[in-house]
Structures are given as C-alpha cells and as structure tokens.
Design a protein. Structure first.
Length: 268
C-alpha cells in the first residue's frame, strides 16, 4: 500500500494545484492577457519537457541497463507507444483547444459530437492531464521498487512539485474561458478543478499496474514520457504561438525547463 499512498499524495497535490488555479475565476472574470497566457503555456511545456527527460527517460534507460538489457530499446519503444496512445486519444476523444488569439473561432477535434463548447474545452485539458498523472504515479512506483534509495522518493516528489506548479496556471486557463463561455462562476470553478481529477486516477492505476509487471517499468516510464512530449508538441507549443516571435512564450518554456531540471537534479 505504501507506493499507492505516495502516488495518491503526489497526484493529490497536483490535483489540488489545479483546483487552486481554477479558483482564480472567483477573483478575475476578465480574459487573461495573451502574453501572460503564453508564459503559462510555455512554462507548462518547459516543465513537461524536462520531466520527460530527467524523471522518465533517463530512469528508464538506467533501469533497463541495470537489468542487463540495452537501455535505448525500451526507452525508444515505450516513447513511441506513448505517442501513439495520445494520437489515438486525440483522434477519438471530442475536445476543443482554447485559442488565446481567437477564442471563438477554433474548431473541435476528435469524433464528431453534440457536446457543448464548455465540455469540449474541459476535455482538452483532461486529455493532457492523463500522462501527467501517469508520470507522477510511475515515479513513485519506481521509488517503491528501490525502497533502499531515498533519492528516488525525493526525485518523485520533485516531479510532483513541478507538475503541480504548472497545474496552477493550467487550472486558471480553463476556468476563466469557461466563465467567458457563459457558465456561472461556481460551475466554471468546478469544471476547471475536475479537469485535473484524472491525475490521481491514472497515477494510482499506473502504480497498481507497475507493481505487477516490474520488468516492464522502463517501458512504462518511457511510455509516459512519449505521451507528455506529444502533448507539448501537439498542444502546448502551438497554443503558446511560439512561432509568432513570442518572447514571452519562449521565455516561459525556458523557465519551466530550468525550474524542473533544478528540482529533479537537486532533489533527486
């Protein structure tokens, strides 16, 4: 039960940060400045890139080599599977990405549905919270498998802290648009908060799976890395409009990467 409790605590923290971010809707009802949104999106992208490398891919390679295997095979294979998994979800699940430059003009993705725009907006954020929950859960599962190494627990905590930090602006980035779409403040807060509930769900599920298939841990770690990197390239960077000479978004990516790297290396 210990790794499950650790994973529940870690992903519970990330969910709490999403909830705190969503509570911003009670204090600010106006649209967030585009430059600020670019910084938030870029920061989230930077955190996820660094987490994918230091917290997931490197440990996956080390685990495979410690077991006598070739490190890059499960790292590359799991990464590809993670990307394919998100491509399938992205293609099937109806969702709508908020466009900070044209909030009313973007079109829904996935299978055609009759869902409201507000539901589609929540589903978009929920979609990329799935690999975040998996990543935190797997980090604690890995630490539990090497119980004699406390550094792995601090590394998992660093990952949870990093994901949690970027979840705060993410919560605000979903609750505020929902308010602008016409939902009441309470409903906008609730739906923004619930977009993060998949993190503890998938975090605990991955711990349960990893505990029964320990030899596949390198594949699972790199799977989560691939899924996270897909979210970064497919969603976060385009939404931050980094191709439009946006220094704010670019600096956000650099800041997020730097903070997550420092957290992982210093604590891990």
């Amino acid at each position: 039960m210990t790794p499950i409790l650790w994973a529940a605590g870690g992903t519970g923290f990330t969910f709490l940060m999403t909830t705190l971010g969503a509570s911003v809707v009670f204090f600010f009802r106006k649209e967030v400045n585009q430059a600020v949104q670019r910084i938030f999106l870029g920061f989230a992208a930077g955190v996820m890139i660094a987490a994918s490398v230091w917290s997931l891919l490197i440990p996956a390679i080390e685990e495979a080599e410690a077991a006598g295997g070739i490190g890059w095979i499960p790292a590359a294979g799991g990464f590809i599977l993670g990307v394919l998994f998100l491509i399938v979800l992205d293609s099937l699940l109806p969702h709508l990405h908020p466009d900070i430059s044209n909030p009313k003009g973007n079109e829904a993705e996935g299978i055609s549905s009759t869902w409201k725009r507000t539901t589609l907006l929540v589903m978009a954020v929920t979609l990329h919270n799935i690999p975040e929950g998996m990543a935190v859960g797997l980090a604690f599962a890995l630490a539990a498998q090497h119980g004699s190494d406390p550094a792995l627990y601090t590394s998992a905590l660093a990952l949870a802290i990093g994901i949690g930090i970027q979840n705060f602006p993410e919560g605000a980035a979903i609750s505020l648009p929902l308010r602008q779409e016409g939902l009441s403040t309470g409903k906008a807060f609730f739906r923004g908060s619930m977009s993060g509930i998949v993190e503890p769900i998938f975090g605990i599920l991955t711990v349960l799976i990893a505990g029964s298939i320990t030899p596949l841990m390198p594949w699972l770690l790199s799977f989560a890395a691939g899924a996270m990197m897909y979210v970064v390239v497919e969603e976060l960077i385009p939404e931050a409009h980094l191709g439009e000479h946006s220094n704010a978004g670019t600096l956000g990516v650099m800041s997020g990467f730097l903070i997550m790297m420092i957290l992982d290396v210093a604590l891990g």
